[in-house]
Design a binder for this molecule. Structure first.
Ligand code: CA
Length: 390
């Protein structure tokens, strides 16, 4: 028989444990300062409210803070003249459909998406040489034989600074941008571009705004020219907006997935921000993918259904999502930049002007389907770059 005093004891211990746990439970908030406020002063202010700084986010004049849920002083803090905003550390998710199909290419295949965007005809002139592309994602398989030579540096912002792609998504995205032109696997849109991998998403494809901002800051330090963001958030984050504005001021081309919500007016952030090129997805028949988010913020369409690319552990897989459409555009931007110097706004307008109208509403296709050959030819018409051979 179970002794009664032990039953009482275990119930009491459970109750105390639950209370203790409740008291100890912390939450995280991002506190954004007004421009020009010194971080030291902010540290002192936050301390006076009993708030601990977990991480500085210098790119956006903000910090990630650990707060007790019971701290009613947050409201008081938000009224401090040095504070611009306080918001949750929202969760972003990668924009790929959950199913994947394993594939073994015979020799080297050019994926249908790379053919569809007419990247191949420009390779005799430019392949992305000297252009640095940041991939903020789940990491990249650094030993993948079809990517290895193009990965210049890798970094991680999650716990333990892990840089390994334990999901496969980041490796797939990187392959569409930059898989090598050799005799195996696939080829990316810009097969000689330099990839800077930063892991900000876990094996489930989830990442916080604070991790993303830290990753973007690393990309800025590495002086990348283009950043691929195959992820999205439903919430408008002041922090993420500040980050993309800071990057655009540094003339970095920002490309993001429109999202896989599949409804009208459902473009996710950061694609929804005007500083970013928002990419919708289409299938092989130039039809919009059923999952692709639409809305007035869509800039351009690219292939995003059954896309063959590199995957973790040296493999290849078919994946679908606006996550897969986005790297076609990032690769195209890199090709343009490898031909001639231009600012990020020029890249966006040249890509949009060169897009092929699919006869769909603007909310679904943006300017139309990405066309690299047209974009490069348009630079030639502008008398810029060394494109005479095209
Ligand atoms: Ca290859």
């Amino acid at each position: 028989m179970f002794p009664v005093f032990l039953l009482y004891y275990s119930l009491l211990a459970g109750t105390i444990g639950a209370l203790y746990k409740k008291k100890r439970r912390k939450s995280y908030k991002i506190v954004g300062f007004k421009h020009g406020v010194e971080v030291l002063r902010i540290g002192n202010i936050l301390e006076s409210y009993g708030i601990t700084i977990k991480k500085q986010l210098p790119l956006v004049d903000a910090c990630l803070c650990e707060v007790e849920p019971s701290v009613a002083k947050l409201q008081q803090l938000s009224e401090d003249p040095m504070i611009e905003y306080i918001e949750d550390d929202y969760i972003a998710t990668i924009q790929a459909l959950p199913y994947t199909v394993a594939a073994i290419p015979k020799g080297q295949e050019i994926p249908w998406g790379v053919k569809k965007v007419a990247a191949q005809p420009v390779w005799k002139t430019c392949r992305g040489e000297g252009i640095r592309v940041g991939v903020v994602d789940t990491g990249i398989d650094l030993d993948h034989p079809d990517l290895k030579e193009n990965i210049k540096e890798a970094y991680g912002v999650l716990d333990c600074k892990n840089i390994i792609d334990d999901n496969g998504h980041g490796t797939h995205v990187a392959g569409t941008i930059a898989a090598l032109d050799n005799d195996i696997g696939v080829v990316g849109v810009a097969p000689k571009v330099e990839i800077y991998s930063v892991k900000a998403f876990d094996k489930h494809g989830r990442g916080t705004v604070s991790s993303i901002v830290e990753a973007l800051n690393w990309c800025l330090e590495k002086k990348v020219h283009v950043i691929n963001m195959s992820f999205g958030i439903r919430h408008n984050s002041f922090t993420l907006r500040r980050a993309v504005q800071a990057l655009l001021r540094n003339n970095i081309v920002l490309v993001a997935a429109a999202g896989n919500v599949g409804r009208e007016n459902s473009v996710l952030y950061p694609a929804k921000y005007p500083e970013v090129i928002a990419v919708a997805a289409c299938n092989q028949n130039d039809r919009p993918a059923s999952f692709s988010s639409s809305g007035p913020e869509v800039d351009i369409t690219a292939p995003g259904v059954d896309i063959l690319s590199t995957h973790k552990n040296g493999t290849y897989k078919l994946m679908s999502g606006t996550s897969m459409a986005t790297p076609h555009v990032a690769g195209a931007a890199a090709l343009l930049l490898s031909l001639t110097n231009m600012n990020a706004d020029d890249v966006k307008s040249i890509l949009k002007n060169a897009a092929k109208d699919l006869g769909l509403p603007k909310e679904k296709q943006g300017a139309g389907l990405l066309n690299v050959l047209n974009a490069v030819s348009n630079i030639k018409k502008l008398g810029r770059g060394d494109c005479e051979q095209i």
